[in-house]
Design a protein around this ligand. Structure first.
Ligand code: HEC
Length: 144
């Protein structure tokens, strides 16, 4: 029993080492990102974004109705709102710059998150997008 467990562990470590090598890690089928980007993004999202957008990126219920001050509440990023209308570059710009400068209330993260971390948070909320939404995003030039 013990030996079998050891063997399993050795195989597991081998797999982790093989798959953990940066760019050579396989992408999730049909998506631009890998599982380890999603995992890292989940932690970053919980720490930086969830207080407004919700842990599962579900946003707020009345996200499309302006509040008394005219500002909009945090939208869902899970594919239910408009995030998929924006290409990857635009999503990253929204995260880096935030919305305050254009009359919104989201802070910018360019001083807080490295470029690879912004990629990771996007991969996390995009992992919530159903395939047809992701495909519609690709079709309208999401990766261009
Ligand atoms: C203080 C609350 C707050 C935090 C924290 C926050 N956001 Fe936002 N976010 C908003 C609001 C509100 C909007 C709507 C635009 C605005 O008011 O700036 C928004 C808009 C967005 C948009 C544009 C969505 C669209 O459909 O166009 C993206 C993408 C986004 N946020 C991602 C993130 C990510 C990723 C993080 C964490 C790194 C984050 N936000 C942190 C409140 C927040």
């Amino acid at each position: 029993m013990q030996i079998i467990k050891m063997k399993a562990l050795v195989i597991l470590i081998g797999v982790v080492l093989l798959s953990g090598c940066g760019d050579s890690e396989p992408k999730i089928e049909g998506r631009w990102y890998s599982q380890s980007q999603v995992d890292a993004g989940q932690r970053l999202f919980a720490d930086n974004c969830a207080e407004c957008h919700g842990l599962a990126a579900q946003g707020t219920r009345d996200w499309n109705k302006p509040e008394a001050d005219g500002k909009y509440p945090p939208p869902p990023l899970n594919g239910k709102a408009h995030a998929w209308h924006h290409p990857l570059k635009g999503l990253k710009r929204s995260i880096n710059q935030g919305g305050i400068a254009i009359g919104g209330s989201m802070p910018g993260f360019s001083d807080k998150l490295a470029d690879a971390e912004v990629d990771a948070v996007v991969s996390y909320f995009q992992s919530k997008w159903p395939d047809p939404i992701y495909q519609a995003w690709i079709d309208r030039g999401g990766l261009n």
